[in-house]
Design a protein around this ligand. Structure first.
Ligand SMILES: *Cc1c(COP(=O)(O)O)cnc(C)c1O
Length: 363
């Protein structure tokens, strides 16, 4: 097992030569270098940069283009990413423009109109589970001389390798599936060869100082040892939970790309290998109404094994009422609940949901 090396500074020989080329932990933490090497290998790349959180990583890439950055992003995705882009656009530090992933052809049309130099997609997207075609988005980006970054946090490199499909950068909130144990906040960026913003990203990581500590980097590496097994099991569990939910009269729609009636199913079947991910959302029969909100909250309140908490990709199953946490410009409708399915015995998860539905009907 690798050692944890907490030192911030490294000795020199009497002739001033360095041991292992290391000077100072901001540039040369051995544990961070190891986490970066593992993530690069998982994505089939030659390098990666790990940051102190997912947001530190993705915002480093968005800032890398400077005030001339023209970023075209999907208007439904991880909430704080959109908050960042709208905020920075509002104060003029970059230009952000949005496309609607639910409107066929909108990415191409908005790219034509806006002329971005960076296109940002998230697939599967949070919390509505849209699927974006990575190869098509890369072709659109490259036709306009732009680069493509894919937030692949939900897919993990086990299910999708965006660089092989033409993306220029892959982004992960390593807090989620990569670490998998809900005990490390971390983010990663992985470049294709010759990615234009890479030098700036590296500069932001080293000089900007958004480092991950040695212990967290070590935990992240330990978590990634079981990544393939965890993802495989969680995807199988998610499929069973989705099949259970579609049988329930209380549920109007299950949003999960593994279901054949999901609008992105065919694309997901092409670009995700071995599973459709462990996150799903579902909507209640009452829809976008106050009754829908109340019932969603009551159902989330009734689970016992499943825990009420934010986040995804951990070994434990979590349920969240997204509309309660997305304050301004919410993406999730009020009757939507999101489940991040873990690796528990799936029969236990289903009976927990069954008993929560029973209390919900009785009320
Ligand atoms: C959590 C998350 C982020 C942000 O990452 P942090 O590690 O929480 O900073 C970005 N994108 C997606 C899809 C996420 O789930």
């Amino acid at each position: 097992m690798p050692a944890i090396q907490p030192s911030t500074t490294f000795l020199r020989h009497p002739d001033q030569e360095l041991f292992d080329g290391r000077v100072y932990a901001r540039d040369h933490s051995p544990n961070l270098a190891e986490a970066e090497a593992v993530i690069a290998a998982l994505e089939g790349a030659s390098e990666a940069r790990v940051f102190a959180s997912g947001m530190a990583a993705i915002t480093a890439l968005f800032r890398a283009g400077g005030p001339g950055a023209r970023i075209l992003a999907q208007n439904a995705g991880y909430y704080q990413t959109l908050v960042f882009l709208r905020h920075e656009h509002g104060r003029g530090s970059l230009s952000a423009h949005f496309f609607d992933p639910d409107r066929p052809g909108d990415l191409a049309a908005q790219a034509e109109a806006f002329r971005p130099n960076l296109i940002f997609i998230e697939t599967p997207a949070n919390p509505l589970l849209q699927i974006l075609d990575i190869a098509e988005a890369a072709a659109i980006a490259h036709r306009h001389g732009a680069e493509l970054v894919v937030d692949s946090s939900m897919a993990t490199p086990i299910l999708t390798r965006p660089l092989e499909l033409g993306a220029d950068y892959v982004f992960h909130s390593a807090t989620k599936g990569l670490n998998g144990h809900s005990d490390v906040l971390a983010g990663a960026l992985v470049p294709a060869p010759n990615a234009r913003l890479w030098e700036e990203v590296t500069h932001a990581r080293v000089i900007g100082g958004a480092q991950l500590g040695a212990f967290e980097a070590w935990l992240l590496v330990r978590g990634m040892r079981t990544l393939a097994l965890r993802v495989e099991r969680a995807c199988v569990n998610a499929a069973r939970v989705a099949e259970f939910l579609i049988t329930r009269a209380e549920v109007a729609r299950v949003l999960w790309p593994g279901l054949p009636d999901h609008p992105g199913h065919d694309i997901a079947a092409r670009q995700m290998r071995g599973g459709f991910g462990s996150v799903l959302s579902f909507r209640l029969r009452q829809g976008d109404t106050e009754d829908g909100r109340q019932r969603a909250l009551r159902l989330a309140g009734g689970v016992r094994l499943i825990q009420r908490a934010t986040s995804i990709g951990g070994v434990e199953t979590l349920i969240e009422h997204r509309a309660s946490v997305e304050t301004a410009n919410p993406i999730a409708p009020p009757d939507l609940l999101r489940l991040s399915v873990g690796i528990e015995d799936v029969a236990d998860l289903i009976s927990d949901l069954e008993q929560a539905f029973a209390t919900f009907e009785a009320a």
